[in-house]
Write a protein that binds this ligand. Structure first.
Ligand code: 13P
Ligand code: SF4
Length: 317
């Protein structure tokens, strides 16, 4: 649970106070591209899941403040057990990680004797501990190729699994049927309409999207890949089928760029904003730095087991 201070207990200039506290406490702020712009602006490192895991492994500081979701902070705690990892909001979960409980996953693995287990980083430490290798959206194809000729479980995202199966020609993956509630809600029909209105625009999509959306994409990649591609052609408009937190980084690097967000199924909601990522606010960032909590911890034995497949991924990528 996050302990929040009342507004009266916080300084008026929150940004300056956060930077002061960060220096005072020897903290480093890591943030994912789906964070609010003002949070990204205060971070020492902003990145995708792979870059943030690498940063967490290499960092030397007194405290890591992880502005992302729980599985990312947990991964940082596993990779760098000597440094406390605090988060602005302990409730910032992920539909993929939450939809794959370790006990159910254990039974799923037991149902497929002899299969190797490749797990997307969007999973709990308990599920990672049962895995042979971890992947992110930026290295999933390479990690699947690592298991050539072997029976292979892929968990927990069925959309990433389908995309990676297509890319690698592996039509025999044993797939845990989870999904991202944000990427699954892009509308293929709405996207077709938007493309017709902007025929010069390039469609950039995240592989967590449904196939009907990916079928219309010119380029499919992780958040880092999408940002780099958009920035590489500053004069060509892009239609973005991922969380619109990535707009901040694109606009910083290519200020004149025209961007369109791919529409959601329900035009009246902002369902393509990750409700978990967006739980982190400047106020909660200040509170967690001030109180040095809440802290994400992983039991030592579990952390040791989960570390092996994560380290293997980092070595292979
Ligand atoms: P990447 O930033 O690694 O592409 O992941 C996207 C995502 O949905 C994180 O939860
Ligand atoms: Fe999880 Fe989807 Fe949010 Fe990423 S965007 S953290 S996959 S719910």
């Amino acid at each position: 649970m996050t302990v929040s201070l009342g507004n009266q207990d916080r300084p008026a200039d929150l940004e300056a106070a956060i930077l002061d506290l960060k220096r005072e406490k020897g903290a480093v702020i890591l943030a994912h591209f789906y964070q609010e712009s003002e949070v990204q602006e205060l971070a020492d490192i902003v990145g995708d899941s792979l870059a943030l895991a690498r940063a967490a492994q290499e960092i030397d500081c007194k405290m890591i403040v992880f502005c992302g979701v729980h599985f990312m902070a947990e991964t940082a705690a596993i990779l760098n057990p000597g440094i406390p990892v605090v988060v602005p909001d302990m409730d910032a979960g992920c539909s993929l990680a939450d939809g794959c409980p370790p006990e159910e996953f254990k039974a799923f693995v037991a149902d497929h004797p002899g299969a190797k287990v490749l797990t997307y980083i969007n999973a709990s430490a308990g599920v990672k501990a049962m895995s042979d290798l971890i992947c992110t959206s930026s290295n999933a194809v390479k990690m699947v190729e690592h298991f050539e000729g072997e029976k292979l479980i892929f968990a927990p995202d069925r959309h990433l699994a389908r995309w990676v199966a297509k890319e690698t020609g592996r039509d025999d993956l044993i797939v845990w049927q989870g999904a991202c509630i944000v990427h699954e809600l892009f509308s293929a029909k709405g996207l077709a309409k938007l493309r017709a209105q902007h025929p010069d625009a390039e469609v950039l999509a995240h592989p967590e999207c449904d196939q009907a959306v990916l079928d219309q994409a010119d380029f499919i990649a992780s958040t880092t890949g999408i940002i780099s591609r958009a920035v590489a052609s500053p004069d060509r408009p892009s239609i973005i089928a991922t969380e619109d937190g990535v707009f901040h980084s694109i606009m910083k690097q290519a200020p004149g760029k025209v961007l369109y967000q791919a529409p959601g199924m329900d035009e009246s909601c902002v369902c393509n904003r990750c409700p978990y990522m967006r739980l982190n606010t400047l106020e909660k960032l200040y509170d967690c730095l001030a109180s040095e909590g809440p802290c994400v911890t992983v039991p030592e034995e579990l952390a040791k087991q989960a570390l092996l497949p994560i380290e293997k991924m980092l070595a292979l990528s």
